[in-house]
Design a binder for this molecule. Structure first.
Ligand SMILES: Cc1cc2nc3c(=O)[nH]c(=O)nc-3n(C[C@H](O)[C@H](O)[C@H](O)COP(=O)(O)OP(=O)(O)OC[C@H]3O[C@@H](n4cnc5c(N)ncnc54)[C@H](O)[C@@H]3O)c2cc1C
Length: 280
């Protein structure tokens, strides 16, 4: 399928963002924005309406395979099941050591501004589109789902410090990108874990009889939703479940057990590459 894209020269970049720090950019018309909390709510409601039990705050502590399926142990009790689907991505626990060795968890961060005037929103992002900096440690900016606030994210993989100091750091980056936002207030700053794989591809498949899908490498909302659905089809034996990513080799590294002690240095190296690229 052809990609609906257009190069925007520097003279026209104010049609997309109130910033002068870029030398133009690429406009991808097929991209969109959504509210991940509402997506999650909708998915939970759909699952429950089909008879699924969704039980929160109930971590799986072990899974034992036997001839009839699996015994899944949790603090709230044991479950006997035919199939297990591991979808823990950046939170993959020690109970799943094979998967945990294959994903590198990293923290991601975002801030939200107070409600802004329609006039200011139209100046900051006239096209109402999300914008991503094309560098090794990207920053991204987008309107919220009803176009009344600016959401801004970045510094993925860095240490948190505190949410307050992270909000200050992201505010500095946001106003460097879009100076007319200087002076607006922030109402929220939040963080969560994402996961990278060593080959920078998402992975899905079956290991030791258990299904898994994870390692989204910044594509979790679309790819996670898609591969979650495909995995459900695989469990029900539907031939439409097949994807190009099924059971590809899922690499790890010697001695890596899921604790990314090297992340700080990897991020520092990528930041150094970004600084060098920006000087050129
Ligand atoms: C600030 C931020 C901004 C982001 N922006 C984007 C974006 O713009 N676009 C995009 O595509 N993605 C984005 N992401 C990434 C996206 O949120 C994730 O890729 C996506 O949520 C992954 O979905 P998932 O269901 O695979 O894993 P998760 O949503 O991480 O869910 C994993 C689940 O596993 C559960 N779990 C952990 N251990 C156990 C256990 N022992 N037993 C049972 N359950 C367990 C956890 O409680 C959690 O509910 C962002 C993430 C963050 C934090």
């Amino acid at each position: 399928m052809p990609i609906d894209a257009e190069m925007i020269p520097r003279e026209r970049q104010h049609e997309e963002i109130a910033s002068d720090i870029y030398h133009g950019g690429q406009l991808l018309r097929g991209n969109g924005i959504m509210h991940p909390g509402l997506l999650h709510k909708g998915l939970v409601e759909r699952a429950r309406s089909q008879g699924a039990d969704v039980i929160g705050f109930c971590p799986v502590t072990s899974v034992d395979r036997h001839s009839g399926g699996f015994t899944v142990t949790t603090p709230k009790g044991k479950i006997e099941t035919r199939d297990v689907f591991i979808a823990t991505n950046g939170y993959t626990p020690k109970a799943f050591p094979w998967q945990r060795r294959r994903v590198v968890p990293a923290s991601a961060f975002m801030i939200a501004t107070e409600t802004l005037s329609p006039d200011l929103m139209a100046k900051v992002l006239p096209g109402g589109r999300p914008l991503l900096e094309n560098r090794y440690t990207p920053l991204w900016i987008r309107p919220n789902e009803d176009g009344t606030r600016i959401l801004f994210g970045g510094t993925t993989g860095e240490d948190l410090g505190s949410l307050n100091s992270k909000a200050h750091q992201l505010y500095g980056e946001m106003t460097r990108m879009v100076p007319i936002l200087d002076g607006v207030k922030l109402t929220h700053c939040w963080t969560g874990k994402v996961a990278m794989s060593f080959d920078l591809l998402p992975h899905t498949g079956t290991h030791d009889g258990m299904h898994y899908a994870m390692g989204w490498c910044a594509t979790g909302i679309p790819m996670g939703t898609y591969l979650g659905h495909q995995t459900a089809l695989r469990i029900t034996g539907d031939p439409a479940s097949v994807t190009a990513l099924d059971d590809r080799p899922f690499p790890t590294r010697p001695f890596y057990t899921g604790d990314p002690w090297f992340l700080r240095w990897a991020v520092a190296w990528l930041q150094w590459k970004d600084r060098r690229m920006m000087k050129e």
